[in-house]
Structures are given as structure tokens and as C-alpha cells.
Write a protein that binds this ligand. Structure first.
Ligand code: 13P
Length: 323
């Protein structure tokens, strides 16, 4: 269901701090109410169920309701959209390696998952961050520790009856080449699947969320969509076993147009290669950016902002089918 043809996920799981930063970017004051309206803009837009199989929520949003009074979790479920939740507790510096991060959130996770499942949340997400710095980073130690935590989380989520999305995000920032990004993604996936095997996680009940293999944003090298498709599929073919039922992409700082064009090229190449997994989107910024530009916190702009969101969703959904 999560990777049904032509459908994908909206990542609306910005932490409170990240949501505040997003609002500030568009000149909107950060309050509990503006964060709720930020969610309202996207979650109560009519027609999103044509394009979205699921939405990843942040804990704060699961306790809130739309203007209509309907809780956001119910609002999504009523539309036939699976509500999911980010369950990691964010990152902190990885001890012993300057510039690398490790994700927290395993303490008490099983109990939290039980509560989330009881609230009707169907799937979960854990984000790990992998940083590239020339040949120096990532270190094998950071990859392995992040992979182990992803596997422990996946095991706990499956025990709670929820599908885990495993997101080892290889950051776009840096001067590295697309080829270096490809190799880091492949190596990271290999470490993740080794850790999943150690923990006997059911590979038929997970979703992988990944970056595309792009040249670093500071490299000055713009990749063509065909180049991105080639390096991305190379990395995934090397690193992700065929029994995984779906792979979704984050946008990672690509513009809405870039994230759409690159997804289309990836989908076409996957079709040509007969790739074993359905591939689709799980974007935050690339789906939200144009709507946020128009909304800017003013209720009068809500209809235009929602129309822009729907238009982008349609394009991204087409792209996921290679159209
Ligand atoms: P972006 O699409 O903005 O990269 O966000 C997706 C996501 O879920 C990052 O954790």
C-alpha cells in the first residue's frame, strides 16, 4: 500500500525545531498554532489521496486536530492515507569522529511504539545521517553504529506490528562527486542489511528511504537526470536485496523541479533494468516549497498554496511512474 503505483509519501515529520526554521524561512512566526496551520495546509488539502499513500507525522501533529475539529491522524485515515510517525529523537555528534552524527531514540522505544500503534499509526520512520567529506568521511565506525541502531529500531517496529522505514540519509552537502555519493550509498546499504540480518528483521516488511546519488551541492557540478538515475540505480542494485518491498526517495535539498525530473529518470531506468522493487517519493521540501512561498502564513493565500501543492503532487506522482 505504501508504494502503490503512482503514489508516494509526504514527509511532514519535521521536528518542532525544524518546523520553526521552515516557518522562519517564509517570514512566519513559530508558535504552536502556526505549526498546526503549517500541517493543516498540507494534510487537509482536498484530493491529496490521489497521490499520497501515506504521510509521515511528527509526534506533536498526532496530538492535534485540523480546523474542522477532526484529529489529523483520523483525517488522513478517513481519506485512505496511512498515517505514520517519525520515532527517532534526532541526532547528536558521534563520539570520536568530528563532523559525523549518530541518531538517538532507542531508549524506551518499544513502549512508545506500542502507544503509537494503539493510536492508529501504521508505520514509522528512523533517520540516520551519513556525512561525506572527501575520502575522510564517512568513517566505517559511524556507518556501522548507525546501521545497528536502524536495525534495532526496525526489529522493535516490526514487533509492534508497524512497518519501519529505514532512512540512512547520505547528505547532499559537500564537494564530492556523484560517483563518491553512489559508493557511499552502496556501502551504507550493505552495512544496514548486514545489521538487519544480525537482528533477524523480516526484509519483506521494511521500506528503505534513500538519497539519490548526486554530486555534492558544493561541487559546482550539475548532474543530468540520466546521470543521477545511473548512479542511483547502481548504488541500490549493489546495496538493496530484491525482497525489499519498496524504496522511497527523500528530496534532500533538491528543488521541486530537480526532484521531479530526477525521480522520473530514476523510474524510467528502473523500468528498463527491471529493478526488483517499486520506487517512489517520500519528499518534504520538494513537495512543500512552492506552497509555502505562496502561503506565507496568510489564511487568504491558503487556496492558492494548496493548488500549488496539488500541482506538484501530480507532477511527482507522474514522475514516479516514469511519465
Ligand atoms: P526532504 O525531502 O526535505 O529531504 O525531507 C525528507 C525527509 O524525510 C528527511 O528526513
Amino acid at each position: 500500500m505504501m508504494v502503490a503505483p503512482g503514489k508516494g509519501l509526504l514527509a511532514a515529520d519535521e521536528s518542532t525545531a525544524t518546523a520553526g526554521k521552515r516557518l522562519a524561512q517564509y517570514g512566519i512566526q513559530d508558535t504552536v498554532e502556526t505549526r498546526r496551520l503549517y500541517r493543516e495546509l498540507f494534510l487537509d488539502a482536498s484530493g491529496i489521496e490521489q497521490y499520497l499513500s501515506g504521510v509521515i507525522l511528527y509526534e506533536e501533529t498526532t496530538e492535534e486536530s485540523a480546523d474542522s475539529g477532526t484529529p489529523f491522524v483520523k483525517l488522513l485515515a478517513d481519506k485512505g492515507i496511512l498515517p505514520g510517525i517519525k520515532v527517532d529523537k534526532g541526532t547528536e555528534p558521534f563520539p570520536g569522529s568530528a563532523g559525523e552524527l549518530i541518531t538517538n531514540g532507542l531508549v524506551g522505544l518499544s513502549d512508545r511504539l506500542e502507544c503509537f500503534a494503539a493510536e492508529g499509526l501504521a508505520f514509522t520512520k528512523w533517520r540516520a545521517v551519513i556525512t561525506i567529506d572527501g575520502d575522510k568521511l564517512p568513517t566505517p565506525a559511524a556507518i556501522v553504529e548507525n546501521a545497528k541502531r536502524l536495525a534495532t529500531y526496525a526489529c522493535d517496529a516490526q514487533k509492534a506490528g508497524m512497518v519501519p522505514i529505514l532512512e540512512p540519509e547520505v547528505l547532499l552537502s559537500g564537494n564530492h562527486s556523484r560517483i563518491r555519493a553512489r559508493d557511499v550509498i552502496a556501502d551504507t546499504m550493505k552495512a544496514v542489511f548486514a545489521a538487519l540480518e544480525d537482528q533477524s528483521v523480516d526484509l519483506g516488511g521494511i521500506i528503505i528511504k534513500t538519497s539519490m546519488a548526486l554530486s555534492g551541492s558544493g561541487s559546482g557540478h550539475p548532474d543530468t537526470p540520466e546521470e543521477v538515475a545511473e548512479s542511483t540505480l547502481d548504488a541500490l542494485m549493489k546495496g538493496v536485496p530484491p525482497q525489499v518491498p519498496g524504496i522511497v526517495f527523500l528530496s534532500g535539498g533538491q528543488s521541486p523541479e530537480q526532484a521531479t525530473d530526477n525521480l522520473r529518470a530514476v523510474a524510467r531506468r528502473a523500468q528498463a533494468l527491471n529493478a526488483p522493487w517499486p520506487l517512489t517519493f517520500s519528499y518534504a521540501r520538494a513537495l512543500q516549497e512552492e506552497a509555502m512561498e505562496l502561503w506565507r502564513g496568510d489564511a487568504a493565500n491558503m487556496p492558492a498554496a494548496r493548488a500549488a501543492f496539488l500541482a506538484r503532487l501530480r507532477k511527482v506522482s507522474d514522475a514516479a511512474r516514469g511519465v
